[in-house]
Write a protein that binds this ligand. Structure first.
Ligand SMILES: [Zn+2]
Length: 335
């Protein structure tokens, strides 16, 4: 998919402004560090920068996205643009050494060479030290772009050699708009946009029947809980457990449940614009009337505890959920 500066500017206006200005002035750094959460556009930005430098039919600083160079960068086949990814759990010294050998040669087709290191924080110590030497003696025309979600794990000496750009998390409303443009129903889009910050992941969720069904089950569980805890326990057995099987799915299910309480809290605080289950606003308003802020906060805490138990113990889903149902019910009666 062709991506343009204008598109990325919607999500990362500061980064785009600074990079495009450098391009216009022809002042490209020899090393960049793009840091920020998963899904914030770091890779897309680095490929766009590469295309802006290598495109054969550039208009101003805009790559054409169609020429041989643009197409080869998109498909990962440009001889002067290299992308390094972790080999298994880490980026190894040999990978950096191979890159160095490659870069010791002249550029194949132009006077420029560019490399992108994804998950740069996953470099082993040896790999990081090799890279450091490389960064300390940059060859003219060489551009390095390091990408990381874990900025603090990089060597200080590497960071100080790079021009650092921080990528901001994408506001859920903006992501939801994008999903709606891709024909995802609005109520699903908004929920998916809260679950993840990544366009691809959110789009995948939005198109997944499992996710739409998960949303239904979570809302039904809450309604059951309000009525009768015994019914809720049966419901867990019949509907929840068969649907949320893997750990990641259960975790997501708990997040979806948490959002109902968050929505109620937002209603009580008069922050209607933050509501996630917007199509359920009438119900939410009713529900919010029947509990105190303290109860809601307590329930949220219970769900977060269940999430923690899920991720740190081997407790069975059934036990975990039964315990949670009882906790949530109790919260309602006694607080
Ligand atoms: Zn081009």
């Amino acid at each position: 998919m062709a991506i343009f500066w204008e598109q990325l500017e919607r999500y990362q206006p500061v980064v785009v402004k600074m990079l495009t200005k450098s391009l216009e002035k022809g002042r490209i750094s020899h090393a960049y560090l793009f840091e920020g959460q998963r899904g914030t556009g770091k890779k897309a930005m680095s490929l766009l920068l590469a295309k802006s430098l290598f495109c054969l039919h550039r208009s101003g600083i805009k790559p054409c996205n169609e020429c041989r160079n643009c197409r080869r960068i998109d498909s990962g086949n440009h001889p002067d643009v290299h992308v390094i990814e972790p080999d298994g759990q880490s980026i190894k010294k040999e990978q950096i050494e191979m890159l160095q050998q490659e870069f010791a040669k002249m550029a194949v087709e132009s006077d420029r060479k560019l490399y992108i290191i994804e998950h740069a924080d996953k470099m082993t110590t040896n790999a990081a030290n090799s890279l450091l030497k490389f960064l300390e003696e940059p060859r003219p025309g060489t551009v390095a772009i390091l990408l990381t979600e874990q900025y603090h794990r990089l060597l200080e000496t590497i960071i100080s050699r790079c021009q650092v750009f921080s990528f901001k998390p994408i506001p859920p409303a903006l992501l939801a708009n994008y999903l709606a443009e891709q024909q995802i129903p609005p109520h699903i889009a908004l929920l998916a946009a809260h679950v993840t910050n990544s366009h691809e992941e959110a789009l995948e969720l939005g198109r997944d029947d499992w996710f739409a069904q998960a949303r239904k089950i979570v809302l039904q569980l809450y309604e059951m809980l309000k009525k009768n805890d015994l019914q809720a326990l049966f419901f867990i057995h019949d509907q929840w457990i068969p649907h949320f099987q893997e750990k990641q799915q259960i975790d997501l299910g708990l997040d979806l449940l948490l959002y109902i309480y968050k929505d109620m809290l937002h209603i009580q605080l008069g922050q209607q614009d933050k509501i996630i289950y917007r199509d359920k606003i009438d119900d939410l308003q009713q529900w919010a009337l029947s509990c105190s802020q303290r109860q809601i906060a307590k329930s949220m805490e219970m769900i977060l505890q269940a999430k923690a138990r899920l991720n740190t113990t081997n407790m069975s889903v059934q036990l975990l959920m039964e315990q949670l149902i009882l906790d949530l019910k109790e919260g309602k009666v006694f607080v």
